[in-house]
Write a new protein. Structure first.
Length: 224
């Protein structure tokens, strides 16, 4: 018997059950099929999720740029890199949304695949944004390798405005709906601003454990 099986056996023995009781199994099945709703903070119940997301993201030192259409993204990224005196080169995954953008209209050089830590700029496409904390939700896989979220010094993330939700509970519902029952991505990374720490003398240091700069392009809105 494995350690895991022993633990469950001990729990069943303490409860005086065997685990085969029809009523208990039915209760578990019903809860999994129709889980109760969590309490959602008022902060997440916003009428302007895009505005709240931007305010919260900027509050934690991310920079946010509003982009009218997806076709404008490559030019905006090229302009951002030029303004920051960064080389016109970045690494991305095989995400089809990013692949379809008009990169040829820019002088950018695109590398593809996981980062080995030598890339200065990483590009990702977020699954969603969570307004209540200004948090990006990125799922792992070849489309958006997790290494791109943490190894390059500068992290650029493309986020569609309609994918910004008010709260975490709504995000999880969207994720389950997108992947289907019983299927989830291996990893979900929640990213709130660039990496930072104030462990040493309470002095804020950006880039302590990952990118020192996070730039977010929100596509589908031209709000100021």
């Amino acid at each position: 018997m494995s350690d895991r099986a022993k633990i469950f056996a001990d729990i069943r023995r303490a409860l005086g059950v065997t685990g085969t009781e029809a009523a208990r199994r039915r209760a578990v099945d019903e809860r999994l099929a129709d889980p109760p709703e969590s309490v959602i903070p008022v902060r997440g119940q916003t009428a302007d999720p895009v505005g709240l997301f931007r305010a919260e993201a900027e509050r934690v030192f991310a920079t946010v740029e509003m982009v009218a259409t997806a076709g404008d993204v490559p030019v905006r990224i090229a302009g951002f890199l030029r303004a920051k005196n960064l080389p016109p080169r970045l690494r991305k995954g095989t995400d089809p949304y990013l692949a379809a953008l008009p990169w040829a209209a820019t002088p950018l050089t695109l590398d593809e695949g996981r980062s080995d830590g030598a890339d200065q700029v990483g590009l990702a496409h977020a699954f969603a944004g969570i307004a209540e904390t200004g948090t990006l939700a990125l799922v792992s896989g070849p489309g958006n390798p997790t290494t791109l979220n943490f190894l390059p010094e500068t992290h650029i993330v493309v986020l569609e405005a309609q994918k910004i939700v008010g709260d975490y509970e709504t995000f999880w519902c969207e994720l389950r709906a997108a992947y289907g029952a019983g299927a989830m991505p291996r990893t979900v990374n929640f990213i709130t601003g660039p990496s930072r720490s104030a462990d040493i003398e309470q002095t804020l240091l950006l880039g302590a454990h990952g990118p020192r700069a996070l730039h977010i392009l929100i596509v589908g809105t031209v709000s100021p």
